[in-house]
Design a binder for this molecule. Structure first.
Ligand code: PGA
Length: 259
């Protein structure tokens, strides 16, 4: 299976012109790489314009960074200022990041993320669901916190749902740091085994073993080889690096060379 890069542009860049410039540069880049799939998760305001680029046979797939958990299509009430999964599906949007720590920090609970996952699946979007501990302690208590977060976030989901869901393990303390302060591949491997073990309690061993797990938190060309080869995750979720076509090229070159 191809490795997947899910770029999270967060609230960047500041203009549509800049967004189009970076997106087109990434699009040109991906034409030369066969073993990696690239998804860029854009701010809402750029989705419409860049889905038109997509209609002109873009290689880069498009994702959003959030949806609202209710959907007027299913008869729910009015929600000023929100965007439903069905609305996004009507554009060329295929993926949506859900439960990013920056949203959780602003009050999004596991229960809300759970509803959003269900709404995304129902509308036919691929949910990229972020989980990860805020900090690590030497006693390993963070494992318990991570376990509860995973159990609540994915409660009630079925085996089949996991053929579509991508789980992004993003330890919050590793986001927005330098490559030096980032999680190392060997430690990531341990965390991924733990995540699969917890998932197996929800959807059974086979679905948990096959679930697509990616890593996010200060991924760059300096650490991507260690992350992928030592943890065997299915891909990465870079933030800052995904806005820099030169850096993305380096990452793509490295991924292409890895087995
Ligand atoms: P970063 O962001 O790569 O800039 O650390 C990752 C994320 O927040 O998803």
């Amino acid at each position: 299976m191809k490795k997947i890069i899910i770029g999270n542009w967060k609230m960047n860049p500041s203009t549509l012109e800049e967004a189009e410039r970076i997106f087109s540069a990434l699009n040109r880049l991906t034409k030369n790489f066969k073993k990696t799939e690239l998804v860029i998760c854009l701010p809402f305001v750029y989705l419409f314009a860049l889905s038109n680029v997509k209609c002109q046979r873009s290689n880069v797939k498009i994702g959003a960074q959030n949806i609202f958990e209710e959907d007027p299509k299913n008869g729910s009430r009015a929600f000023t200022g929100e965007t439903s999964a069905t609305m996004l599906k009507g554009l060329a949007v295929e993926y949506v990041i859900l439960g990013h720590s920056e949203r959780r920090a602003r009050g999004e609970t596991d229960e809300v993320v759970n509803k959003k996952i269900k709404a995304a699946l129902k509308a036919g979007l691929t949910p990229v669901v972020c989980v990860g501990e805020n900090e690590r302690d030497s006693d390993g208590k963070f494992f318990e916190i991570l376990k509860n977060q995973i159990k609540n976030t994915f409660a009630g989901l079925k085996k089949n749902d996991f053929s579509r869901i991508i789980l992004a393990y993003e330890p919050v303390w590793a986001i927005g740091k330098s490559e030096r302060d980032n999680l190392k591949g060997a430690d990531l491997h341990e965390a991924v085994i733990f995540v699969r073990k917890v998932l197996s309690e929800i959807v059974g061993k086979t679905a948990a073993f096959n679930a697509r797990i990616i890593y996010g938190g200060s991924v760059s060309s300096a650490n991507v080889a260690d992350i992928i080869s030592n943890s065997r995750v299915s891909g990465i979720l870079p933030g800052r690096a995904s806005l820099d076509p030169k850096e993305m090229k380096e990452i793509l070159i490295i991924l292409e060379k890895l087995k």
